[in-house]
Write a protein that binds this ligand. Structure first.
Ligand SMILES: NC(=O)c1ccc[n+]([C@@H]2O[C@H](COP(=O)([O-])OP(=O)(O)OC[C@H]3O[C@@H](n4cnc5c(N)ncnc54)[C@H](OP(=O)(O)O)[C@@H]3O)[C@@H](O)[C@H]2O)c1
Length: 403
């Protein structure tokens, strides 16, 4: 799946949501804040300051200059002109940008080998509209809160086509967690998990960006949920979101614990780590078990991007249990996206969904603020330190804005 195709497919899904005043606000049942409608009649005047804060002429953004699975080697900060939105575009000042495990794959050029450096990076952002084109002004106005999924979110300002942006009730990082991480868990479990009440579900990297949602959705389906993680703090968090059996694999042997406590095996695995963890997960499948391949992060920082897997006995293992392995890529499930996002927004509004965000407050050099902190945030995630979705604060809130 190429990055462009991936972004295009998800953007198509987002546009199905109907960017503009209906969209997510309508889906979520959250009342939008009172808005000042501005119809910009002058195309030449489509730059409009947001509540008195001026738009500078230059900005910083991250650019992939060299393909490498070493993020720091591949990516650098550049100072460039603030882009001008076209007729149907929004200029978004990014308040928050989401860090994803696959930023490393993207910087290594694994998504679309035909795309050569330099290119922009960063999958998702949320912020305020600070400028817009004439057509875009029929649905948006300066000051609107929007989220989006697409390349180029690791920048202070990003131009986003209006029809591909998601109106949100407020610029809160929690909404950012739903676009990719939440949607992946929601749709993968719904479409490929075939969850039944009373079944056992194993989630790997359970306390991370997407794992936290898999735990909650499996629990909501009435399942017994096991979650792997690397610290007692994460295990405590997993308990707090309904995980029945957190396994801190740094203090407990994962394979032995599963064998001892779940002799009948587990019915569904939401698997993100790959390599030896995938081998253990295949081994512990119950009869008619379903293993969903969400990712294989343990290999992403290697030259091939793929962790070792001893798979020659795989057909035997699957056959003996009538088990199956299913791959999941979010852009292949565009038709499920609208329902997934709407449903998650409603759950969040009703306090029925925890969207845990990790801003790096406990990271060695402190909170992830400013674009330069993306490098630290990627290191932090790959060191397994994050609890929840890793989010970088690109800009502090505007002075006059109470969001
Ligand atoms: N298929 C899709 O459409 C899709 C969409 C989104 C994400 N994903 C996949 O979902 C997985 C999680 O992504 P995310 O962005 O949400 O990240 P994340 O879970 O927030 O962070 C990664 C976590 O993986 C765990 N981990 C286990 N072994 C690791 C290793 N060898 N190296 C680094 N981390 C390791 C760490 O948690 P512990 O230390 O607690 O184990 C770490 O906190 C990735 O595989 C990603 O590619 C797939």
């Amino acid at each position: 799946m190429s990055s462009l195709l991936l972004a295009r497919n998800v953007r198509r899904a987002i546009s199905v949501l109907g960017g503009g005043s209906g969209g997510i606000n309508a889906l979520s049942g959250v009342r939008p804040v009172a808005r000042r409608f501005v119809i910009d009649m002058s195309y030449s005047a489509h730059f409009m300051d947001f509540k008195g804060s001026s738009i500078p002429s230059s900005m910083k953004k991250l650019v992939v200059n060299k393909l490498s699975p070493n993020f720091r080697e591949a990516v650098s900060v550049q100072t460039v002109a603030v882009p001008t939105p076209g007729d149907a575009d929004l200029l978004v000042r990014n308040r928050f940008a989401g860090v994803n495990a696959s930023d490393v794959n993207y910087a290594a050029g694994r998504y679309d080998p035909s795309v050569k450096p330099p290119f922009d990076i960063g999958f998702e952002g949320i912020g305020e509209v600070v400028g817009l084109g004439l057509s875009a002004s029929s649905r948006y106005t300066v000051g609107d809160a929007v989220a989006y999924f697409g390349s180029g979110a690791f920048a202070e300002y990003t131009v986003v086509p209006a029809k591909e942006s998601v109106p949100v009730p407020a610029v809160r990082p929690e909404f950012l967690t739903l676009l990719v991480s939440g949607a992946t868990a929601y749709i993968a479990l719904k479409r490929l998990g075939d969850l039944a009440k009373g079944e056992t579900v194993l989630v790997t990297a359970a306390a991370g960006g997407t794992g936290q949602f898999a735990v909650q959705f499996a629990k909501q389906a009435g399942c017994h949920v096991i979650g792997t993680c690397s610290s007692d703090e994460k295990a405590g968090f997993l308990k707090s979101i309904g995980c029945d059996r957190p396994i801190n694999y740094t203090t407990e042997d994962l394979a032995k614990t599963l064998k001892k406590e779940y002799p009948q095996g587990v019915d569904v695995v939401y698997e993100s780590v790959g390599g030896s963890v995938l081998e253990i997960a295949v081994k512990c499948l119950a009869n008619k078990g379903r293993l969903i391949v969400i990712g294989f992060i343990s290999g992403y920082q290697t030259a091939s991007g793929i962790p070792d897997f001893r798979g020659s006995t795989l057909p035997v293992k699957l056959l003996q249990k009538s088990a199956s392995i299913r791959g999941f890529m979010l852009p292949h499930f565009v038709s499920d996206y609208r329902e997934a996002l709407g449903s998650m927004m409603q759950m969040f509004a009703k306090g029925k969904l925890v969207c845990e965000v990790d801003h790096g407050d406990l990271a060695q050099e402190g909170r992830f603020v400013g674009l330069e902190s993306v490098f630290r945030a990627v290191d932090y995630m790959y060191a397994g330190k994050n609890l929840g979705k890793v989010v970088v604060e690109v800009f502090p809130p505007p002075v006059s804005n109470k969001l």
